[in-house]
Design a protein around this ligand. Structure first.
Ligand code: GLY
Length: 280
């Protein structure tokens, strides 16, 4: 087993990139390299948390600071993490005013109830010391005023470490202008999943991802004998048949990484001992 990490910043066609493609690439490069260092030092859990927190902190990406705004003018964020070895999924749905939803999701992994939603999720975060943080940015306010929305931008990371632990983590600000309280795929097992032999993080239209139960479907196929590559291809072609719009990053028990989508281009970067590869 060898340390390996793959991260994503959504699908190009779903973001309002406005000529910022190289900025996205630079940011993904840096975050992938930095998180790989963390992975080497502290393992897969720390690696994916470092990657997703850094993506949440950059205004460029639709997660944490820079999240999209719902129809009532509020930002509600969702994030989840899954420990593939312990088989524990934890997450927050529609949490507000925290800097890093992924860290609240991680905190919930040790609770008896591991997924919290809405105002109680925010209250839980405050009680655990997560400070009040304003995630609004000028560019999202401009988008919101122009009633412009995306189609489901997300960030995510999947990592394998030398102990064979696989973690998947995903975070989103949603689509923008959605019905207040809409539930995204990102804190469900359709959008984020890991097991002993694979991990996966999805991006794209949350409703499509939930309808096909993309991540858990791929995991089951792999568990029942398909290679991860074939499990992904089969699921993506089913998505294409339905006219769905989603993308994904994935990693298997040997650290091989995969990227696929029903359409468009997934913005990703992957690092292992061989070096870095990224979208072109
Ligand atoms: N995939 C992110 C969302 O639909 O909210």
């Amino acid at each position: 087993m060898a340390n390996s990490i793959i991260i994503h910043g959504g699908i190009k066609e779903f973001e309002n990139l406005e000529g910022k493609e190289s900025e996205y690439q630079k940011a993904l490069h840096k975050i992938a390299r930095d998180s790989y260092e963390v992975l080497n030092e502290k393992g897969a859990r720390a690696g994916v948390l470092a990657a997703v927190s850094a993506l949440e902190d950059l205004e460029l990406f639709n997660a944490g600071t820079g999240s999209r705004i719902q129809a009532d003018g509020e930002i509600r964020m969702s994030a989840s993490i899954m420990d593939g070895k312990k088989n524990i999924f934890s997450g927050v749905i529609n949490i507000q005013y925290v800097k890093n939803p992924i860290l609240v999701a991680e905190q919930l992994a040790s609770e008896k109830n591991s997924v919290l939603a809405g105002e109680p999720a925010t209250r839980y975060a405050r009680a655990r010391g997560f400070e009040n943080h304003n995630p609004f940015t000028r560019h999202r306010l401009r988008e919101h005023q122009a009633a412009k929305s995306g189609r489901g931008g997300t960030v995510g990371a999947v990592a394998l470490d030398n102990d064979g632990a696989i973690f998947a983590a995903t975070s989103t600000g949603g689509t923008g202008n959605e019905i207040p309280g809409r539930v995204s795929d990102s804190a469900t097992v359709a959008g984020n999943y890991a097991s002993l032999n694979m991990g996966i993080s999805c991006t794209g239209v949350g409703e499509d991802i939930v309808n096909l139960c993309v991540a858990a479907r791929i995991s089951t196929r792999k568990l029942e004998g398909l290679s991860l590559e074939h499990a992904i291809k089969k699921t993506v072609s089913e998505g294409i048949e339905f006219g769905y719009m989603f993308g994904l990053i994935a990693l298997d028990e040997n650290g091989n990484t995969f990227v696929d989508q029903t359409q468009g281009k997934t913005l990703y970067a992957a690092v292992d001992a061989q070096g870095i590869r990224t979208f072109t």
